[in-house]
Write a protein that binds this ligand. Structure first.
Ligand SMILES: [Zn+2]
Length: 297
């Protein structure tokens, strides 16, 4: 009996060794996303336990999500004024100032936050430039001091909805709530309203534009898209600016992101954009100054 037991144990150990060896030769895949995932181990090497995949911390953990999703996942990239709606709504849809003067309007959407908005404000202050910030109401509620700082430093603000939905998916009542709730928040934080509005992702249809115009807003599009919303590297951002900028141009950028979005390229590009435009004879204006409309109502 004892001999038989030893024999069984030897067979079991043998099977175990063969099985381990087979696994080593095939290369056991690591967890999805690990550096070793699916890669065969080199012959004769020992497969180490894969290092834990680092959990990517949100860049703006304190910021509410953008309801319609991150810009890069939800934006078509075609500005409204280049669709048939541009002509239909040309009396309320603006994408540029007068083409006679070399003036540029820098615009920053989706803020405020406490990560990137302050860095952008620091650069603008250093350069003596006034810009326009399209504010997400829910984020204004969370960071009222940053909204006040934007205005104290001479910048204009516009309405960018309460929580950044895709407006074409909402009912008229929901569209109205998104817009007016943000107005109330700006009134509470700043003591005045704005009649400038930019739809999230630049998405709208005729019904939405009609409704927003009916609420008394001017809809602010852009003529230069830096594509910073897509994580575009700084040299390419500069290419877009060089290619698309014309006198009176409105430049689209962002000062806050969705979850896990990093706007470091926007911050890095900003001094280069300013230098390029100044070198080419441009001065800077807020959108209300560019369009010669009131900045507060
Ligand atoms: Zn936006």
């Amino acid at each position: 009996m004892k001999k038989w037991g030893l024999h069984c144990a030897a067979i079991a150990i043998g099977i175990l060794l063969v099985s381990c060896r087979a696994n080593r030769q095939e290369g056991m895949p690591g967890p999805a996303g690990s550096p070793n995932a699916g890669a065969p181990a080199a012959p004769g090497t020992t497969v180490k336990a894969p290092a834990p995949v680092p959990v990517k911390e949100p860049v703006n953990p304190e910021n509410p999500e953008l309801t319609g999703g991150n810009e890069r996942n939800s934006r078509s990239g075609v500005p409204l004024h280049r669709t048939p709606l541009g002509k239909q709504f040309s009396n309320v849809l603006f994408y540029s100032g007068a083409s006679g003067a070399k003036v540029a309007a820098l615009t920053f959407d989706d803020g405020p936050d406490v990560t990137f908005t302050g860095q952008i404000l620091d650069i603008l202050k250093q350069q003596g430039i006034k810009a326009t910030f399209f504010i997400v109401g829910e984020r204004a509620l969370q960071h009222p001091d940053m909204v006040r700082r934007i205005v104290q430093e001479g910048h204009a603000v516009g309405n960018h909805t309460w929580d950044h939905p895709n407006l074409v998916k909402l009912t008229p009542q929901q569209v109205q709530d998104e817009v007016l709730r943000t107005e109330e928040q700006l009134m509470q934080t700043l003591g005045y309203r704005t009649d400038l509005f930019r739809p999230p992702y630049g998405n709208a249809n005729a019904a939405v534009l009609q409704q927003i115009a009916g609420l008394g807003f001017k809809i602010i599009d852009w003529s230069v898209d830096t594509r910073d919303w897509a994580g575009t590297p700084t040299p390419q951002i500069m290419d877009f600016v060089r290619k698309e900028m014309t006198p009176g141009g409105i430049i689209l950028q962002h000062c806050a992101g969705g979850r896990n979005e990093n706007l470091s390229n926007t911050v890095a590009a900003l001094p280069q954009i300013i230098f390029y435009l100044k070198s080419n004879g441009f001065t800077f204006a807020t959108v209300p100054d560019l369009l010669k409309v009131p900045s507060r109502i």
